[in-house]
Design a protein around this ligand. Structure first.
Ligand SMILES: Cc1cc2nc3c(=O)[nH]c(=O)nc-3n(C[C@H](O)[C@H](O)[C@H](O)COP(=O)(O)O)c2cc1C
Length: 186
């Protein structure tokens, strides 16, 4: 099973990207997580270019990566109590065409880290809302990582056993959702 990890932060030393890397270390056997690294290249959404033959290659790469994955794990920072623009923009591109967009029916889960005390709970809730609007099968749980600057060691591992356990459970719930989908009658 392949999970596509999408970090909503472009920052080189992003705590959210680190969280996805930590998740990759906690996967059950037979599951791998690939990090999507093309978010920065995605242009602002423009319906005039959202037509066959005019799609930007960066948008095509995003759609292909999502389509090829069994599930999607998004790690989002919180910007002004909401979703970072680059992430919302990418989800907007992925949401079209409405009827058979690449996220429709796709198991998806959301985690988030912020340097404040709330662990990006608002932006996680908003990303889940947007994913639901798009038609993804969204795992109904959150993983708030607060004071993210203090949570990782120099190798990017989470200090706290408890947090590692929560992250492992979160990923396991996503894997289960993806497994259920594989077993569902056509
Ligand atoms: C434009 C901007 C707005 C922010 N707004 C919030 C916010 O509303 N709530 C919060 O907890 N942190 C906020 N932060 C702090 C981010 O959560 C923090 O920088 C976080 O580490 C960003 O994620 P990253 O490390 O993955 O880049 C904001 C940061 C920026 C740059």
């Amino acid at each position: 099973m392949r999970i596509l990890g999408i970090s909503g932060s472009l920052r080189r030393d992003s705590h959210n990207t680190a969280l996805l890397r930590a998740a990759a270390e906690l996967l059950p056997p037979g599951v791998e997580l690939e990090l999507f690294d093309g978010l920065k290249a995605i242009p602002p959404y423009d319906a005039d270019y959202d037509v066959p033959g005019r799609l930007d290659p960066a948008v095509e790469a995003l759609k292909e990566a999502i389509a090829a994955a069994d599930a999607v794990l998004i790690a989002t920072p919180e910007y002004n109590h909401s979703i970072p623009g680059v992430l919302k923009n990418a989800l907007d591109w992925a949401s079209r065409p409405v009827k058979d967009n690449v996220l429709r029916g796709k198991p998806a889960a959301v985690i988030g880290a912020s340097t404040g005390l709330f662990g990006a709970v608002w932006s996680q809730a908003e990303v889940r809302k947007v994913l639901q609007a798009i038609g993804a099968v969204v795992v109904d749980r959150e993983l708030p990582v607060m004071q993210a600057h203090a949570q990782f060691d120099e190798y990017g591992n989470l200090h706290e056993e408890d947090l590692r356990g929560q992250l492992a459970e979160h990923v396991a719930a996503l894997v289960e959702a993806a497994g259920d989908r594989d077993c569902a009658p056509a």
